[in-house]
Ligand binder design. Structure first.
Ligand code: AP5
Ligand code: MG
Length: 190
């Protein structure tokens, strides 16, 4: 199995690049952000609880996202592999993911970290916010708050995978195909 953690700050291009990875490698894309937004759309109890935190750019509790990922691993046992996008976002989530994969006799193959400067991230998210309808893209303050949450709670996950020798940093600036080329080289060498 090929199990990739596609890592990076808000706006780095995780969702965008996941689409190309799915097409080329036939992996299953698991984005906790997308899963949570589906729950909000369905007006489920979980969605209602998550909405205010997400709109404010704060993380939802670890057990909520770990539970969602656990369900997806159970229901996709025949998968060729997974792309984890926006998960894990805390060290606790990274430890939980290792345990879940271990239960299936699996492990993370590689963690790819898309590196993009803050000014570019803010520009991309404000631009998307014009028609995405995502409340967390609507103003610079909320976007800056998401970048702060990333630096304070999520960046540490990179060290977690570095300790395992799995982290590879990639330049996330350039056209979408240029960035995908870098991802492909990294995966084909792994
Ligand atoms: P989530 O949905 O994961 O959002 P995010 O990580 O904050 O960031 P984005 O999805 O906005 O960015 P992306 O890297 O996917 O970039 P994209 O490809 O879209 O999380 C949302 C919220 O859910 C969190 O704040 C939290 O509340 C909650 N949550 C989710 N997971 C959680 C977890 N594990 N634990 C706790 N809480 C969790 O690209 C962005 C834009 O840039 C697009 O418009 C795109 O077209 C454009 N773009 C992409 N690539 C390029 C390029 N190369 N050049 C120019 N523009 C580009
Ligand atoms: Mg995304």
């Amino acid at each position: 199995m090929l199990n990739i953690v596609l890592f990076g700050p808000p706006g780095a291009g995780k969702g965008t690049q996941s689409q190309s990875i799915v097409e080329t490698y036939g992996l299953i894309h698991l984005s906790t952000g997308d899963l949570l937004r589906s729950e909000i759309k369905a007006e489920s109890e979980l969605g209602l609880k998550a909405k205010s935190l997400m709109d404010a750019g704060k993380l939802v509790p670890d057990e909520v996202v770990i539970g969602m990922i656990s369900n997806k691993l159970e229901t996709n046992q025949d998968a060729k592999g997974f792309i984890f996008d926006g998960f894990p976002r805390t060290k606790e989530q990274a430890i939980a993911l290792d345990k879940l994969l271990e239960n299936h006799g699996e492990t993370i193959t590689k963690m790819l970290s898309l590196e993009v400067a803050d000014e570019e991230l803010i520009k991309r998210l404000l631009e998307r916010g014009k028609d995405s309808g995502r409340p967390d893209d609507q103003n610079k303050e909320v976007i800056q708050g998401r970048l702060d949450v990333y630096n304070e709670q999520t960046a540490i996950v990179k060290e977690y995978y570095s300790t395992q020798g799995k982290t590879e940093e990639l330049n996330g600036i350039g056209t979408i195909p240029e960035v995908f080329d870098r991802i492909k080289k990294a995966l084909d060498n792994s």
